[in-house]
Ligand binder design. Structure first.
Ligand code: PLP
Length: 402
């Protein structure tokens, strides 16, 4: 395993200025400039260092349990009449892909001499992944979380606390993710020297989107090797992944971005329907704007106010999308699809009954679009199964079918 570092000359990877086409950059308050600049100047050198790569690879292997299997789902394949492989990120320690990134960032924080880690979380998944690696490394961990989310996500709050993290409620505004983000940024401004801010997806100011994508790129690196062994070619015909901020999709697409014969299919959450007013299908509804210090597509009103997103899955309930994905949308490199709450639920029950795998609701959005691809029997399809469904049992129980 090696972290991809050389991406020069690509049309789709980040350029030297921190942009993907017209998207990306670092639209930060001046007070945050030293923190972000320190990262920007150091991250590629640290990621490229053989000692760093070795430690990252070792932890992914022995602690996370990588490589995650690439599983040929036979009964699902029969149903959709193609060769469907599941990339099993659900089998990672802590149950999703997020830990690939938090391991990478905690090692980076150590190299930068940071003693204190902060993060923001909505549903708590990223908070748990961050608290996990802080316990592993013995670093102080502070997680900002909207007070409304703290009430809604009690089990994850308890996990973070058991792992030794301090969970601080954000009590302003709508008391959800965006308010927690504001609190985390405020903390970082006040603690520029000893603190690293771990962002959980391919969002935020440059270099975060690129850095997180490189940590998650292990997903497509493994897919290529595993497909080569199983099919004799490293290239699938399709790669499907759900998109909240876009990190599991960025990781699953990374090593295929410049291989245009591979069709990339990001699937967004359509909530109750793209045009229902309760949706998170950012590529369909968004316009260019700045969110979390990055220029990207986001759902906004005429006068630039952020529109509250909706999705049954907390991990996809985000009004923007990372700048890489905005660029993939604008250039037409990826074919953006979406799935409603009901379609995702149906796909979750289908996978469970056909394969004995209970998927996360997020991942189920990607599974829901298999039926629309007009697949041929020879097609090789990889679906990124970003996480397991344990955390969603409450929702599944409410919708249980006979
Ligand atoms: C957080 C999460 C997502 C959404 O995040 P991305 O950055 O878009 O990958 C998807 N699936 C699972 C299981 C998650 O926990």
């Amino acid at each position: 395993m090696e972290i991809a570092v050389n991406t020069k000359g690509s049309k789709y990877h980040v350029n030297e200025k921190g942009y993907y086409g017209s998207f990306g950059g670092a639209y930060i308050p001046e007070m945050l400039y030293p923190n972000v600049e320190e990262l920007r100047q150091n991250y590629m050198q640290i990621l490229g260092d053989p000692g760093f790569q070795q430690e990252f690879a070792q932890l992914l292997k022995d602690y996370v349990g990588r490589p995650s299997p690439l599983y040929l789902a036979k009964r699902l394949s029969e149903k959709y009449k193609a060769n469907i492989y599941l990339k099993r990120e659900d089998l990672n320690h802590t149950g999703a892909h997020k830990v690939n990134n938090t391991i990478g960032q905690i090692l980076l924080a150590q190299r930068l001499g940071k003693k204190r880690i902060i993060a923001e979380t909505g549903a708590g998944q990223h908070g748990v992944a961050t608290a996990t690696v802080c316990a592993l490394m013995g670093l102080e961990c502070i997680v900002y979380m909207g007070s409304v989310d703290i009430e809604r996500q009690a089990p994850n709050v308890a996990r973070m606390q058991m792992l030794g993290a301090t969970v601080i409620p954000a009590t302003s505004g709508s008391r959800t993710l965006k308010d927690a983000t504001n609190e985390a940024i405020r903390d970082w401004i006040n603690n520029p020297v000893d603190t690293h801010y771990i962002i959980g997806s391919v969002v935020g100011p440059h270099p975060y989107p690129d850095m997180v994508a490189r940590f998650q790129s292990v997903i497509s690196e493994e897919i290529k090797q595993q497909l080569q062994e199983k099919t004799g070619s490293p290239y699938p015909d399709y790669v499907l992944a759900c998109v909240g901020g876009g990190s599991n999709a960025a990781g699953a697409f990374f090593h295929f971005l410049d291989d245009e014969q591979v069709q990339l299919v990001p699937v967004e959450a359509a909530g109750k329907g793209v045009n229902s007013g309760f949706s998170a299908a950012t590529s369909q509804l968004g316009k260019p704007g700045v969110i979390h210090a990055s220029k990207t597509l986001l759902m906004q009103t005429e006068d630039g106010q952020i529109v509250e997103p909706h999705s049954i899955s907390a991990g996809l309930d985000y009004p923007g999308v990372g700048p890489l994905h905005a660029h993939l949308y604008e250039t037409g490199r990826a074919r953006f699809l979406n799935a409603t709450d009901d379609e995702a639920l149906e796909a979750a029950f289908e996978l469970t009954r056909l394969e004995g795998i209970i998927p996360a609701l997020e991942s189920s959005h990607a599974l829901a679009r298999l039926k629309d691809l007009n697949l041929k029997p020879s097609d090789v399809v990889v679906v990124c199964l970003s996480g397991r469904g344990d955390k969603d049992m409450g929702t599944y129980i409410k919708h249980m079918q006979k």
